[in-house]
Design a protein around this ligand. Sequence first.
Ligand code: NAP
Length: 251
Amino acid sequence: MTPVVLITGASRGIGAATALLAARSGWAVAVNFASQAGKAQAVVDQIKAHGGQAVALQADVSQQEEIQRLFADIDREFAAIGPLRGLVNNAGIVDQVARVDELSFARVERMMRLNVVSPFMCCKEAVLRMSTRHGGKGGSIVNLSSAASRLGGAAQYVDYAASKGAIDSLTLGLAKEVAAEGVRVNGVRPGMIDTEIHASGGLPNRVRDLAPQMPMGRAGTAQEVAHAIVWFLNDASSYCTGSILDVAGAR
Ligand code: NAP
């Protein structure tokens, strides 16, 4: 049997890089995406071209019913391959630059639904399948936080920073809850990484403009973050749980 990992938001950016690296490391990968089916399929095709196993699964993980459908799809699609032993809570959004006194209720609610509620519910579904308390054989969960959780995001997006603060607390608390049940829970806190997330927040040149101000003089790459995530997924990190690793180039 091959261990299965679900990576939310794996059609591009850090999620796609993690999917490719996890597959090389022996995981069968559920490549979740929201809207970009072609990009998700390209990730699956690349994994298969190297002899790996992967399936692209559409689901908007900010929606309760779609999370439940996604996990049901995984149970069915991977039944003959192996059990779910990994979860990477990667899907996340930023929004336009705004001060707190400019934020709308709808914006903060949308941010918290995807960046906080969704990882909570995905953790719940994963623990129900992985925890020895529920008859599972253990597993590893990795939550994508952000350096913003400790920087605060002032005058940019405090709502985003706060959503990642919640992820840090989820990681610490859930790790203790399931530590004796074979499930490890860790977090990765990237700094500024060169992906399309910045353009989706209305700042397509953010990396180019801010890279010279970064301590290392550059942004990080999705691959550099993926290496940390896959290390947490694998047994190489077997005594790490409740750990949060900065991959932020001293930011
Ligand atoms: P990205 O390039 O914008 O990719 C986002 C991914 O999430 C896409 O695959 C997208 O799928 C998916 N997605 C968006 N909404 C979704 C939804 N409702 N349901 C399912 N999937 C959804 O982002 P990234 O930069 O790789 O960031 C990945 C994670 O790292 C996020 O949690 C982010 O907060 C965190 N992070 C990033 C940085 C950075 O500088 N890039 C820094 C710190 C932390 P579709 O394309 O199909 O919609």
